[in-house]
Write a protein that binds this ligand. Structure first.
Ligand code: GLA
Length: 379
């Protein structure tokens, strides 16, 4: 058990039992990709796979973190962004972010174990940040309401680690609830918990990890973000969220740059697809979200240009063998695909994707079905 791994790592490193265990999940984004930093809409749910932080007290101003995947513990005091590097930067970043917001962060010893696959677009870094953030808040008795927590974890990533990501991943890890998808307005941070019990309808979400090497992720992500922000400026709006579907043609006619037009089209149509998906889920018409998922993929492939061949192939193959819809989930350039399927079809779809990958000489994919798990919590 992953909880035993974390507790065991804690005891091995520090020679005492932890004060407690905290868990935070990775996420799958059902739909709404790259809309978060455009102040639009997203619809993630929490994975059953979690990161566990075993945490115990330490003297004020002292933090040590170890994990099951690194040999050496890392110790630090209060640091400035960038001082701690590598994976421990996500932990030091959370300490910094809380302290920078004026909180008395308790000193702590931390041991991490994780079952969220690393670097596959399922938000392993947000799960790490969120588990540590939740633990430090609980341990120190800090007064930080749930809706304020994702932005604190996001600052750790944006400012301390230096990755210009949006609020999607940390919101999902912290605010998701079991059996629900989280409909989040990335401008107001208002959420609605949408019932998302696929098994009751004989359906499942199959996650297919393309296992494609992530390439150029940081640079390409930053470039997409800049293109969107430049477009918003040219169009005279605060963010692309402010362009509605009805206004899209007019907006596109006002932009000279063909690449920028494509980026804008993705964001504006994607926001509409999120809203349409939420409506269908409310109406219990779950199968009908399939075409929206697939349209989202096509938009990411052709307009936002963030997919790779392995990812496109997984989507095409899943659709050929009867998925209701399929799309890449996460930031792109590799990572995972999700497919909405009849629950008895998981093995068939997986085998078909494996065969298609073998046919093109790709590293085999990994696939598993997922249900919506709980958000970050003390165990
Ligand atoms: C990454 C980022 C998120 C979001 C997605 C794309 O996961 O961390 O903020 O932008 O990509 O939807």
């Amino acid at each position: 058990m992953i909880t035993d791994d974390a507790a065991g790592a804690f005891f091995k490193a520090y020679g005492v039992e932890p004060a407690g265990l905290w868990a935070a999940p990775g996420r799958v984004n059902l739909i709404g990709e790259h809309t978060d930093y455009n102040e639009g809409f997203v619809l993630p749910f929490a994975l059953p796979q979690r990161t566990i932080a075993a945490v115990g007290p330490a003297p004020a101003g002292e933090w040590t973190v170890c994990s099951t995947f690194e040999d050496e513990p890392v110790s630090f005091g209060l640091t400035e962004p960038g001082e701690v590097t590598g994976w421990a930067a996500y932990v030091a970043g959370v300490v910094w972010s809380l302290a920078d917001a004026g909180h008395q962060v308790p000193g702590a010893r931390i041991a991490i174990a994780s079952e969220v696959p690393l670097g596959s677009g399922l938000s392993s870094s947000a799960a790490l940040e969120s588990s540590v953030l939740t633990a430090l808040i609980d341990l120190g008795g800090l007064d930080v309401p749930l809706e304020k927590r994702p932005a604190l974890a996001q600052r750790a990533e944006n400012v301390y680690v230096g990755a210009p990501t949006g609020i999607l991943d940390q919101s999902a890890s912290i605010r998701c609830q079991e059996g629900r998808a989280l409909f989040l307005d990335c401008r107001s941070y208002e959420v609605e918990q949408i019932p998302f019990d696929l098994a009751a309808q004989g359906l499942a979400i199959l996650v297919i990890n393309s296992n494609a090497p992530h390439q150029h992720v940081d640079g390409e992500y930053g470039a997409r973000r800049k293109s969107c922000e430049d477009a918003a400026r040219l169009l005279g709006v605060r963010a692309l969220r402010d362009i509605t579907g009805d206004q899209l043609d007019d907006a596109l006619a006002r932009l000279d740059d063909e690449v920028m037009r494509r980026r804008v089209r993705h964001i504006v149509t994607e926001d509409d697809r999120v809203l349409a998906t939420v409506k269908l889920l409310h109406a219990g018409r779950v199968r009908e979200i399939g075409p929206l998922l697939t349209a989202s993929h096509v938009s990411m492939r052709d307009d936002f240009e963030i997919t790779v061949r392995q990812v496109d192939l997984a989507v095409e193959t899943a659709l050929q063998v009867g998925a209701y819809g399929a799309r890449m989930t996460g930031g792109g350039f590799g990572g995972c695909v999700l497919a909405l399927i009849d629950s008895d079809k998981a093995a068939e779809v997986t085998a078909a994707v494996e065969e298609a990958y073998a046919g093109e000489g790709f590293t085999p994919p990994t696939a598993w079905t997922v249900t919506a798990g709980p958000g970050a919590t003390r165990l």
